[in-house]
Design a protein around this ligand. Structure first.
Ligand SMILES: [Zn+2]
Length: 122
């Protein structure tokens, strides 16, 4: 994704989050400080999760390193792409990554490298 598209998507997301928070604030005038912070944190994590995904995509074109099975040392084989949800304090993101399989023991592994695509985590 080009910078302009990513920036427009981020700004659109920030506006959506602002509207959600503002409306929630109007609907919950009695909310405690902790409830407000909890809601704010939820929306921040959603927005930053999206940004995290964009930044992961900046790292490359989805090419990955060949990896051997950590138990048998056997050369692993392609097992297509799998979705992996990354949960981090800053946000959640679903990334689609290459997946490898050991033909000897069936051990599955995500090789090091950037994802091929990202999605909203929810
Ligand atoms: Zn193995």
């Amino acid at each position: 994704m080009k910078r302009e598209e990513a920036e427009a998507k981020f700004v659109r997301g920030a506006k959506e989050r602002f509207a959600t928070l503002w409306e929630w604030g109007e609907e919950h005038p009695e909310a405690t400080f902790d409830e407000i912070v909890g809601k704010l944190s939820q929306e921040r994590r959603a927005l930053m999760g999206e940004m995290l995904g964009e930044m992961l995509l900046q790292q490359g074109d989805g090419r990955y390193e060949e990896v051997a099975c950590p138990e048998w040392g056997t050369k692993t084989q392609s097992n297509g792409r799998r979705t992996r949800t990354i949960v981090h304090a800053e946000g959640e993101v679903k990334v689609k990554r290459a997946h490898r399989l050991c033909p000897d023991c069936g051990h599955g592994i995500f090789p090091p490298g950037p994802p091929s695509s990202v999605d909203r985590a929810k």
